[in-house]
Design a protein around this ligand. Structure first.
Ligand SMILES: Cc1ncc(COP(=O)(O)O)c(C=O)c1O
Length: 414
């Protein structure tokens, strides 16, 4: 395990001067994306895998903002879709259906038909019954929209490799899967491997490559490997970081030894985008309980659910003036950063080590580009923040702040 982050954690710090300009212009709290860093990260991951037939597909389950998806598209990446909604957003961002890989779960008949009608041709199925449904809907498509070729794959379920998971098909069922596809004049050409999310131990991926390849070769028409998804990001800035270069070297070496060339699909989510955003928030309340500082901020677990609801860690730092090298107070105190509701889990951070904070101070909650806005909700009935993109010193709005009227959306009352 390496302890030197290959992708430096978190975007460049926002100065107090810039933060105040942004908060004055767009309001608080505010999701701030660093477009330059995003491009840099995309380039880093792309270059780390020298294997010639590699397609990168951004896993937009992590972030569905169309302006950000367009950055991936401009960099030559496609999209990985977990749901039909991911596909819908991807098409809005200008991805060609052929650039979209679907590997979700449990679609109903209409949804399966919709995915095919949109023209998505690479689909990794989660079960024999989803494969059966796909084959039926494919055969029923009218000839003028029916794609001539599908790239059909199976999601792998093998507890020793994928962990205990509800997703995927066991290798002993591959024969039945091949028969289902053949009955519809289709071939099973892909194996999709997903190790689970957020692993920083590079070896957890490199050590299983041979075993995954051996399983893939049990599919007689195998010609592509989708290797996930699941690559970690060093949210704890001094902690272990996924080593893209080591991963890319190992995977490429193994694939180049195969008898026949195959296509490789890599679908990073958090690794590509987590470090490209902060959530800026302002201190609205301060009190002490013994030696603990209790800080109230103007955001909530509804705006950023991961730290509290899912137990994830996000570093929180005070935003300081350009002229100030270190935070305003040298003394550091255990601090809880509390959301602006009384919900018992409304914490953005607990036991953070922070200087004395005052009303109006600006805090940056870091590394919120993945599963941040995407997992926000109207729970607690607080509208969602705005999102802005900063690129080459310029900033612009990429999603408006909500107002209270969203809380009435689709409600029917007289
Ligand atoms: C199939 C698949 N690929 C990729 C991802 C993205 O995962 P991560 O953000 O851990 O890279 C997910 C997340 O749910 C997934 O289900």
């Amino acid at each position: 395990m390496r302890f030197t982050p290959v992708i430096e954690p978190s975007c460049s710090p926002v100065s107090l001067e810039l933060a105040q300009e942004l908060l004055n212009g767009y309001g608080s709290p505010l999701y701030v994306y660093d477009g330059d860093r995003l491009r840099h990260t995309i380039q880093h991951i792309t270059q780390a895998i020298p294997y010639g037939q590699t397609q990168f597909r951004f896993a937009s389950v992590t972030n569905g903002n169309v302006s950000l998806l367009r950055i991936f598209r401009a960099a030559g990446w496609g999209l990985h879709a977990n749901t039909p909604g991911d596909i819908y957003l991807g098409l809005q961002a200008g991805f060609e259906p052929q650039q979209i890989v679907y590997s979700g779960s449990n679609l109903n008949r209409e949804e399966m038909e919709q995915v095919l009608t949109w023209g998505v041709v690479t689909l990794n199925l989660d079960s024999l019954s989803q494969l059966q449904l796909l084959c039926e809907r494919y055969q029923a498509l009218s000839p003028h929209i029916k794609p001539r070729e599908l790239h059909l794959g199976l999601r792998l379920n093998q507890p020793s490799l994928t962990g205990e998971s509800r997703i995927g098909v066991r290798p002993q069922d591959f024969g039945d899967a091949v028969a289902i596809a053949q009955a519809a004049q289709l071939k099973l050409r892909g194996l999709h491997f997903y190790r689970g999310t957020g692993t920083n131990a590079t070896q957890a991926f490199t050590q299983v490559i041979d075993a995954v390849l051996a399983i893939a070769q049990q599919l007689p028409d195998w010609d592509y490997l989708d290797f996930g998804g699941g690559f970690g990001y060093p949210y704890r800035h001094q902690g272990a970081a996924f080593d893209w270069d080591e991963f890319g070297r190992s995977l490429t070496a193994r694939l180049e030894q195969l008898d026949k060339p195959i296509q490789l699909v890599i679908e990073p989510g958090r690794a590509a985008i987590a470090g490209c955003a902060h959530l800026l928030t302002q201190v609205v309340s301060s009190k002490w309980q013994g030696n603990k500082q209790i800080i109230g901020v103007d955001t909530t677990v509804g705006n950023l659910s991961v730290p509290s609801v899912h137990g994830g860690y996000r570093e929180i730092v005070p935003v300081v003036s350009r002229s100030m090298a270190s935070p305003p107070s040298a003394s550091i105190h255990p601090t809880d950063i509390c959301g602006n509701t009384t919900y018992s889990r409304d914490y953005l951070g607990r036991n953070c080590q922070l200087p004395v904070l005052n009303l109006g101070d600006v805090l940056s909650i870091q590394d919120v580009g993945a599963y941040g806005y995407a997992m926000s909700s109207h729970f607690l009935h607080r509208p969602r923040p705005a999102e802005i993109l900063v690129e080459q010193g310029q900033h612009h709005l990429i999603r408006r702040r909500e107002d209270y009227s969203v809380l009435l959306n689709n409600q029917v009352f007289t």
